[in-house]
Ligand binder design. Structure first.
Ligand code: PMP
Length: 368
């Protein structure tokens, strides 16, 4: 017997668990992690190299701990795109929105406290809760994956969570959450216990609707979380951020590691923000491809959940894992998120989407 995890004195709640992560398989068409399929434009690659070269000259020093220039630029991006003015004091950035969420749970969750999400949703919310010692409550969703407001309000009143997660558009279903729902749940959460409401807008740039950023007005317990991983096509950069009342930004600084954002990360993100226009150019194309996937999957006889994201949930399958495997056998990697009966495909390039559609049409023919 080899020495393993269980032989170590790991925390009880981590025993028997496996790390989160989609399979990183080397197949021709990878549509499984909601990445943007388009590489960064060459002019931006050059600008990143320039900015990083400058930063390299100072790598003997710690980076700007408060990432002021970067937060200022992120605030400008949000103000420009939402019409709701935020500034550096409202902004906080970290290594991916996963780290933003971790810092929020370290600040507002923790031992003896709980967080709720409406599932199926982004499973990392629950996993980061576990990692921070926060109790996790699985809140309900309707059969069609929308949030049932009375049922959600009831769950909040009953459990009185310290943190409420609302993901819009939701992952893995693609479902957008209307502003009225967020407001209703925010009010229910404040009535139950003054708690934090975190709106995870990782995919908002792909939505038919607008960002819920203006809801921050007069609501200091609301947080909007965003990322450069999806619409900006910069998943490898690891840059997530939040917008909230300045008090929230002060609070997360109590748990952040000093110098958590490296000088290289800050330089790269700043270069990317200089090219926002070019980076976001592909968003419209990906939205059109997403709509095409929805239409073509339906035409091929699949059930599809309405999507506001850069991915589409399709089904229904008696054995979704078996279908996942058959699609993989045809050289296309999609995602089995463990939602019984459903799989998820990320909108790729038109060629990648064609390869996926060919595969699933072929499967339908095989079945009939
Ligand atoms: N929130 C949601 C809803 C996501 O789907 C993801 C990535 N899959 C994230 C947050 C985390 O993204 P990142 O850490 O790359 O910013």
């Amino acid at each position: 017997m080899t020495f393993g995890i269980d032989d170590l004195p790991v925390r009880d709640e981590l025993r028997g668990k496996t790390p989160y992560g989609a399979p990183q398989l080397d197949v021709p068409v990878r549509l499984n992690t909601n990445e943007n399929p388009y590489p960064l434009p060459e002019a931006l690659v050059e600008r990143i190299a320039e900015r990083v070269r400058e930063a390299a000259r100072d790598l003997n020093r710690y980076p700007d701990r408060d990432a002021v220039e970067l937060r200022t630029r992120l605030a400008a991006y949000l103000t420009e795109t939402s019409g709701y003015a935020v500034d550096v004091r409202n902004l906080w950035a970290a290594n991916g929105s996963n780290e933003v969420i971790q810092q929020l749970l370290q600040t507002f969750g923790g031992p003896g406290r709980t967080a709720i999400g409406f599932e199926p949703s982004y499973s990392m919310h629950g996993l980061i809760a576990r990692g921070t010692g926060t109790g996790w409550i699985s809140g309900p969703r309707r059969e069609d994956f929308t949030i049932d407001v009375p049922a959600a309000e009831k769950a909040i009143a009953e459990h009185r969570p310290d943190v409420v997660f609302i993901t819009t558009p939701n992952n893995p279903t693609g479902t957008a959450v209307p502003a009225e729902t967020v407001l209703a749940l925010h009010d229910a959460a404040q009535a139950a216990k003054p708690s934090m409401v975190v709106v995870d807008e990782a995919y908002i740039e792909f939505s038919h609707g607008a960002s819920l950023l203006p809801l921050l007005d007069g609501r200091p317990n609301l947080v909007i979380s965003r990322t450069m991983s999806k619409a900006f096509g910069a998943a490898g950069l690891r840059l997530g951020y939040l917008a909230a009342h300045p008090a929230v930004v002060d609070a997360v600084q109590l748990v952040r590691l000093p110098y958590h954002l490296s000088a290289v990360t800050q330089a790269t993100a700043l270069a990317a923000l200089e090219h926002t226009g070019t980076l976001l150019k592909y968003v419209e194309q990906l939205k059109a491809e997403r709509d095409r996937l929805v239409a073509e999957l339906r035409a091929a006889g699949y059930e599809v959940t309405e999507s506001d994201a850069n991915f589409v949930q399709f089904g229904r399958f008696a054995d979704s894992h078996e279908v996942w495997r058959k699609i993989l056998d045809r050289g296309v990697l999609v995602r089995d998120n463990g939602v019984p009966g459903w799989l998820r495909v990320t909108a790729g390039t038109p060629q990648e989407n064609d390869a996926f559609l060919d595969a699933v049409r072929e499967l339908k023919k095989e079945q009939s």
